[in-house]
Write a protein that binds this ligand. Sequence first.
Ligand SMILES: Cc1ncc(C[n+]2csc(CCOP(=O)(O)OP(=O)(O)O)c2C)c(N)n1
Length: 340
Amino acid sequence: MSTSPAPLASPDEMRDMFRTMTLIRRFEEKASEEYMAGRIGGFLHLAIGEEAAIVGTVSALRPDDPLTSTYREHGQALARGSDPRAIMAELLGRATGICGGRGGSMHLMDLGRSFYGGYGIVGGAVPLAVGLAWAAKYRGGDQVAVTMFGEGAANQGVVSECFNMAGLWDLPIVFLILNNQYGMGTPVERAAAVDDFFPRAAAYDIESWKVDGMDVLGVRAAVSEAARLAREDGRPACVELLAYRYKGHSMSDPDTVRSSEEKERWQARDPLVTFERVLLGEGIMGADDIAAMRTEVQQVVDDAAAYAEQGPEVPVAELARNVYAQPWNDDPRGSALVRP
Ligand SMILES: Cc1ncc(C[n+]2csc(CCOP(=O)(O)OP(=O)(O)O)c2C)c(N)n1
């Protein structure tokens, strides 16, 4: 297999990255509408504002590099090329969803694209990625496992254990700390003793650094170098991406903690607007190309929502299939749930 993709993006790759960022933004705006219309139950966490961190990362990986994420993972699935129809149907809990409607927004997974999924437990997907890195090494493959998690998750003890194992066993893994500065409504300075998170990995002899997570090309360059270290030198790496999520923690969060002034300051550095300026300035896309791309993306998103809304609900009798090891009986509560 080839080495990691080149850090510098070609014009075609840049157009592709911009389209994916636009797709993620529009998809999540549509998901928000679906939620407000009562068609999405449970939780819905939006990553609007974090598109550069997501697309810069995924564009720096090979398609067979296993990737894990948090519950805020629609963007990772889209960037990996999962079908927007199947993702939206999953959000609506339909049988046509990417996980048959069993997982919902927090648990998207697409093994065919080496996307090992969203995960509801904060920090819980980090040890899974360590296992995926160990498996790649054990099998003699040259894949790099990549795990994206928040700065809140970085405070979980298991993350330190993972840094230790990866450093000790020379595992091909990239830890990506997406520092959006809030864990639910708690600002980072009230939850962590220090502002920077990447030195925690450095304490385990893991090369680590911090970059602007609002700059897609900078993220791509940083993650490419981290993946190169893991793939070619067989050493783990850690990159902290400083970013901002525009919306509250989830759709049920009224987001009253953060000031409008702070939100506006970060939105003035919107990753899509900044990247659009680069593309226009360098003549990689013209205003007409961008308008046509936006129309095409909007059609994809509208089509995904229409497809999802028409999809069948999962029959109650089928709800536990592939969820519990034990057979599901006629009792809708299920034998697996009821203990004598
Ligand atoms: C083990 C565990 N503890 C608490 C929670 C509740 N919880 C869900 S998200 C969250 C904040 C996580 O913040 P961060 O890791 O920074 O990610 P972000 O949501 O900002 O993307 C918490 C405490 C949980 N899901 N799992």
